[in-house]
Write a protein that binds this ligand. Structure first.
Ligand code: SF4
Length: 453
């Protein structure tokens, strides 16, 4: 009975206190219904966000969240990931770190029963959620220059051994992608972690002109991943790749549908922070793809209902903009919406995790082809093609670029992006260190919104 509140409540962004109030309306059966690794005994994760604040995610008291039950479920699941990975290990599952390729190697890992892939670099949000520089300072002590990208938190997490269990295997992709992260992976290697290095090839500007050898080369790299996994699991059944690709595609199409519904609705049905979390879920389903798929299905239903009723979380006159490069600090997504903007396009450097994987060709070839659509391995022009189209058809009125200190592709690409997007106002800002958002930065975003208006 009580849970009907969620069905009738007006969509809006609410804070931690509101969530704690509303959480009382969630039925006990509902809490037990959602669990990870299909285990109702200890796999429960539906909790109010305040629980995670008590565990140290201090920024949550500043953030605002969507008030749907689907979003509450999503946040409980996302914040529970660290616990989930340790549980996986306790249960005898294999925990596999996949680093650097953002989206493709996990599809291979998930073809093996009881193997859980995860991306250690996703820890880059942790210093912000926790409003703590401990991981960043530790990375500096371990030899990374202070002016290095926030993904250096990954090195500290490997060093501290408290954020995820020791991986059974580590696949590290390097090459034509992010040099900064390659250095971080190298330092993880120096800590004594054994890795299988994979090489990412460069992408030509025009998709039509790929030399076939790029595709063949990636296929041979994926064969190496497969063989290493066979060595670990003593299972060699390539038919497992087919359901794994199908699941990845189901997730990709759902995420795309939620984005399109949200972008095109007259009133934004879902906040940008939740949307970004969904987009990044495509990488590996936050370490339980089945449960994540179910959550995303639920969010899709919620969004579709809101669109049908013409209701949402932002004002109708919010100005549509695109966002380039993800912000390490989630609070910025809230701030931008508070200034009267809405996000209707993104380029979060994970295009390879968003595109459909072909299902009618040999699985490794299909994966290689999808990976060749990756954001960071081709030209800047290719990267922002969709944004330029949105500007041309007047759907996108402005562009926000968030730069990370020490991130070499930001330093090299941002000016180019500004030049290529000269037909629309562009604001480029640097994401400050945790707890570092100043009045000056808020004013710049507000002034940008005012200019657009
Ligand atoms: S933010 Fe940029 S520099 Fe840092 S890991 Fe990501 S791609 Fe590399």
């Amino acid at each position: 009975m009580k849970s009907t509140w969620f069905e009738v409540a007006r969509p809006q962004k609410i804070d931690l206190n509101d969530w704690s109030q509303h959480f009382r309306l969630v039925r006990d059966e509902q809490i037990k219904e959602f669990n990870y690794y299909h285990n109702p005994e200890w796999g429960i994760y539906l909790s109010p966000p305040a629980t995670f604040m008590v565990y140290g995610a201090r920024e949550l008291k500043r953030l605002k969240f969507d008030n749907s039950l689907a979003s509450l479920r999503m946040w409980g699941f996302v914040f529970n990931e660290s616990e989930r990975l340790f549980r996986a290990k306790q249960m005898g599952k294999r925990v596999i770190a996949t680093m650097g390729d953002l989206g493709t190697v996990p599809v291979i890992i998930m073809a093996f029963p009881n193997c859980i892939p995860f991306y250690p670099e996703c820890i880059w949000w942790t210093p912000f959620f926790k409003e703590s520089t401990v991981l960043l300072d530790t990375a500096t002590e371990l030899g990374i220059p202070e002016a290095a990208c926030f993904s250096k938190a990954t090195l500290a997490a490997f060093h501290k051994k408290a954020y995820f269990p020791k991986p059974d295997l580590i696949f590290a992709s390097t090459g034509a992608s992010c040099d900064d992260y390659s250095c971080i992976m190298q330092l993880v290697n120096d800590l004594g972690y054994e890795m299988l290095w994979l090489e990412i090839p460069f992408r030509r500007h025009n998709d039509e002109q790929y030399p076939d050898r790029f595709e063949e080369y990636l296929i041979s790299e994926y064969e190496r991943v497969w063989n290493k996994m066979v060595e670990l699991t003593v299972i060699n059944d390539k038919t497992g790749l087919i359901p794994s690709i199908k699941k990845a595609n189901r997730l990709r199409s759902l995420a795309e549908r939620i984005k399109q519904l949200t972008y095109e609705a007259p009133i934004t049905p879902l906040p940008a922070l939740e949307l970004m979390t969904i987009e990044f879920g495509n990488l590996y389903g936050y370490a339980d793809l089945d449960e994540w798929l179910d959550i995303v299905e639920m969010i899709n239903e919620t969004v579709a209902k809101r669109v049908e009723k013409g209701i949402g979380v932002l004002k109708q006159n919010a100005i549509p903009i695109a966002w380039i490069t993800p912000s390490a600090d989630p609070l910025l997504l809230n701030l931008v919406e508070d200034c009267g903007l809405r996000i209707v396009g993104t380029e979060y450097v994970i295009n390879q995790a968003l595109v459909p994987i072909e299902e009618n060709v040999e699985p490794f070839r299909a994966l290689a082809r999808s990976f060749m659509k990756a954001s960071l391995i081709g030209s800047t022009q290719e990267r922002i093609k969709r944004i330029i189209e949105g500007v041309k058809n007047e759907r996108i009125k402005g562009v926000l670029v968030t730069n990370m200190l020490g991130c070499s592709h930001c330093a090299m690409e941002t000016r180019l992006i500004e030049k290529m997007l000269s037909k629309v106002p562009v604001l480029s800002i640097d994401v400050p260190v945790p707890f570092g958002i100043t009045e000056q930065l808020r004013t710049r975003i507000a002034a940008f919104a005012e200019t657009l208006r």
